[in-house]
Design a protein around this ligand. Structure first.
Ligand code: GLU
Length: 473
């Protein structure tokens, strides 16, 4: 938590929850249970560094809710990790999963390290030791708690986790389901890497396709031609920028911790990424202008602002300078409750994190199902569908005495690959969730913002689930 914030991150989540619970009819005690973090594991363990030093590592795993099992949520590697942050992020996971109908409770993990300061071997040792600590306390497993990537982690770390877990649980044929976001060769699913960014795009596209919402904002319907600013060129920021650009939006600015680059005609995220790889920074990207401070990017005039890095970046001190029409929270918790109030007063639409960035956990769910079913998506039906499509098309061509073009033929005959099914499952999930939240909001106009509507949606689903468990007769 930065000093200037009035609330810690967890308190911010509680505040948003309380704001929304007024629009529900659940008993106070049940609301308290939904809000509470059920289990908190705070650990310290020693790791020997390459130079022989022993470092004590501070790490956490929080299980916010077991109203459904397993718990689910990423593991973050960052200097900023603390118990409050992990609690807040675990809570958001519960609400996120409920909104997108992913049958998991919320969890989150964090290791307080800056991964850039460690060698690969040191990171491997830290990750494996963390995993064995989780195993010892029964805090990981396909039916208990399933981590995933988050800020500062990716496929590589997930591969170390699954390998450590499997070696400690010989004979567990479901061991691959102990973590998601794995490389394909280690039981991962195609489409997981881009899932959060693609989900962000699908969610915002759906909002932009709602004529009454666009009219209120003074915008035209659709994402085409809209100007977009993205904060962060990590996995989520990169893929968000990619899908907006590919679908006709103009990504005018991308920022990172050391500054931002601006081009009113649009940036190409892949070229920028290669530039960063070659030079160590996104700055001085050919054809673009440097902005000195990363935070300057947030204050640019644009249609859609996508904060895709860390929490609390839009807060009481800069909220009134935001000129975007729509803010799509790709990161978790980028706006503080103070910032929310300013946006509501200014008529800026904030599309909230816990549903907008749910693409990652949605595809994690698909990965987990794949691991438990031990079969790749599409393996059973791809060939059958192609044969059937060939047959139907040839009948149509015979009956009409006309032939379709080669491009059309390829499109019609194509049977679903794993990635096609994953993307379509994600698209369906994001569209349904957007409509569900908007519907709650429209039916109750006294709900002040979309975040509150999303919380109402989540609270009602988790509340129903607790009630059905029979804990509160
Ligand atoms: N870390 C991601 C999130 O915050 C993904 C979690 C998961 O896939 O379990 O939603």
């Amino acid at each position: 938590m930065s000093n200037q914030q009035a609330y810690s991150f967890f308190q911010s989540v509680e505040k948003s929850f309380d704001k929304a619970s007024k629009f529900t009819t659940w008993e106070k005690g049940l609301l308290e249970q939904i809000k509470a973090c059920n289990s908190i594991y705070s650990m310290r363990f020693p790791v020997k560094m390459d130079d022989g030093r022993i470092e004590v590592i501070e790490a956490y795993r929080v299980q916010h809710s077991q109203h459904k099992s397993p718990c689910k949520g990423g593991i973050r590697f960052s200097d900023e990790v603390n118990q409050d942050e992990v609690m807040a992020l675990a809570s958001l996971m519960t609400y996120k999963c409920a909104i997108v109908n992913v049958p998991f409770g919320g969890g989150k993990g964090g290791i307080k390290i800056n991964p850039k300061k460690y060698s690969v071997y040191e990171l491997e040792k830290i990750t494996r030791r963390y995993t064995s600590e989780l195993v010892k306390k029964n805090f990981i497993g396909p039916g208990i708690d399933v981590p995933a990537p988050d800020y500062g982690t990716g496929e590589r770390e997930m591969a170390w986790i699954v390998d450590t877990y499997a070696s400690l649980k010989p004979g567990d044929i479901d061991a691959a389901g102990c973590v998601t976001g794995k490389p394909i060769t280690q039981g991962g699913v195609r489409g997981r890497k881009e899932a959060t960014g693609l989900g962000v795009f699908f969610g915002i596209r759906e909002v932009c396709n709602m004529p009454e919402v666009m009219q209120k904002l003074g915008l035209t319907v659709g994402v085409e031609g809209k100007t977009v600013v993205v904060q962060g060129l990590g996995n989520v920021g990169y893929h968000s920028a990619k899908f907006f650009r590919e679908n006709g939006s103009i990504v005018i600015c991308i920022s990172e911790h050391d500054g931002a680059v601006y081009n009113e005609n649009g940036l190409n995220e892949e070229e920028l990424f290669q530039h960063k790889k070659a030079t160590g920074s996104i700055l001085h990207f050919p054809g673009s202008t440097n902005l000195a401070k990363s935070s300057d990017a947030l204050e640019l005039a644009c249609d859609i602002l996508i904060p895709a890095a860390l929490e609390n970046v839009i807060n009481g001190s800069n909220a009134d300078k935001i000129k975007a029409k729509i803010i799509g929270e790709a990161a978790n918790g980028p706006l503080t409750p103070e910032a929310d109030e300013v946006m509501a007063a200014k008529g800026i639409l904030v599309v909230p994190d816990m549903y907008l960035n749910a693409g990652g956990v949605t595809v994690s769910y698909f990965e987990w199902l794949k691991n438990l079913s031990h079969v790749r998506y599409g393996r059973m039906e791809k060939r059958f569908t192609e044969n059937m499509n060939t047959h139907i098309l040839s009948q149509i061509e015979t009956l009409t005495d006309r032939k379709v073009s080669d491009a059309e033929r390829k499109f019609i005959l194509h049977g679903p690959e794993e990635v096609d099914l994953v993307h379509s499952g994600l698209e369906e999930t994001m569209i349904t969730a957007t409509r569900e939240i908007m519907d709650i909001w429209h039916k109750n106009p006294s709900i002040p913002d979309m975040r509150t509507a999303a919380y109402v949606c989540a609270i009602n689903k988790v509340g129903t689930s607790y009630n059905e468990l029979g804990i509160f007769p």
